[in-house]
Design a protein around this ligand. Sequence first.
Ligand SMILES: NC(=O)c1ccc[n+]([C@@H]2O[C@H](COP(=O)([O-])OP(=O)(O)OC[C@H]3O[C@@H](n4cnc5c(N)ncnc54)[C@H](OP(=O)(O)O)[C@@H]3O)[C@@H](O)[C@H]2O)c1
Length: 323
Amino acid sequence: MKAAVYRNYGPPGVVAIEEVETPSAGENDVLVKVRATTVTTGDARMRAFRMPRGFGLPGRLGLGIFAPRNTVLGMDFAGDVAAVGRNVTAFKAGDAVFGAAGRCHAEYLVVRHTASIALKPAGVSYEEAAAAPFGGVTALIFLKDWAGVRSGDNVLVIGPSGAVGSAAVQIARDAGAEVTGVSSAANADLVRSLGARHTIDYAREDFTQSGGTYDIIMDTVGATSFARAQGVLRAGGRFLALVTSLGELLFLPAWTKMTGTKRVIAGVAVAGSEKIQALAQLLETGRFKPVIGARYPLERIAEAHAAVDTGHKRGNVVVTIGA
Ligand SMILES: NC(=O)c1ccc[n+]([C@@H]2O[C@H](COP(=O)([O-])OP(=O)(O)OC[C@H]3O[C@@H](n4cnc5c(N)ncnc54)[C@H](OP(=O)(O)O)[C@@H]3O)[C@@H](O)[C@H]2O)c1
């Protein structure tokens, strides 16, 4: 099968299409013929070995010290079940599925049947389904599980036009929150169309001076800090930090929990079967519609990486396979 392989850390050009062995399903596995995947900021970070401060050593130990151990990237998939192992009852050959896994930048992928995989709702395209997990799971975990967003909350999303931010606006709105997005003027219409009531242009206005106060501030792009934002957080407010240094990750949540009512929430959102099922429901009912800013065929995946590297993609960059 064809796969996008990277054998060294570096710029988008380190990714090349190669023939590799097609995996096969073990007795608890589902073999998926991938129809669509994404290049996420996570993939681009791993490819370039561009880690937040403090994550260099753990990153090298996890990914490979001199070169990547796992040479195929990709975190989201949508496709058709090609085969299942003998213990698998929830899926059968021919089912359309989607989810989150490693090594999605390939024609075939093996996923454990109890892992992050669900049936794709019929009315949702493979491309949309593939664009759902990275941003959708992160937004669900940060906003609902960790911050407990409620109807009537005032929520500020910084970076609302990105993969995580565009999902966060929709999920906060769906929970009944009043959402403000801090975006560029060029993306303000998009952000409003996703459900934000207000937008603040980050090039012209400072959100800390715009008169609003918030129950939740979600910084999806690492554009600000708790120190700057806390003045516009209400008592009991939560600052959701998606991009932190290792020191901030270890120190700030614990420190703010001990010292006041305003808290920093940080961590790594990890998908799971239950979250992918929840996304399937949101997709099926139209309450979450992933934003797709660009599409590339697998053969041009290096261009997809370059688009992600700009830091200014809209929503998700989708890669189609065998279309
Ligand atoms: N902790 C976790 O579990 C977790 C999970 C997933 C992702 N992440 C991290 O979250 C970050 C965001 O991921 P993503 O995929 O959503 O990013 P992304 O899609 O690449 O974000 C790009 C978007 O952010 C906007 N943007 C850039 N600078 C901005 C600024 N200063 N203020 C407001 N908007 C700005 C851009 O719009 P303009 O073109 O208009 O500037 C663009 O639409 C990544 O660093 C990723 O590693 C963390």
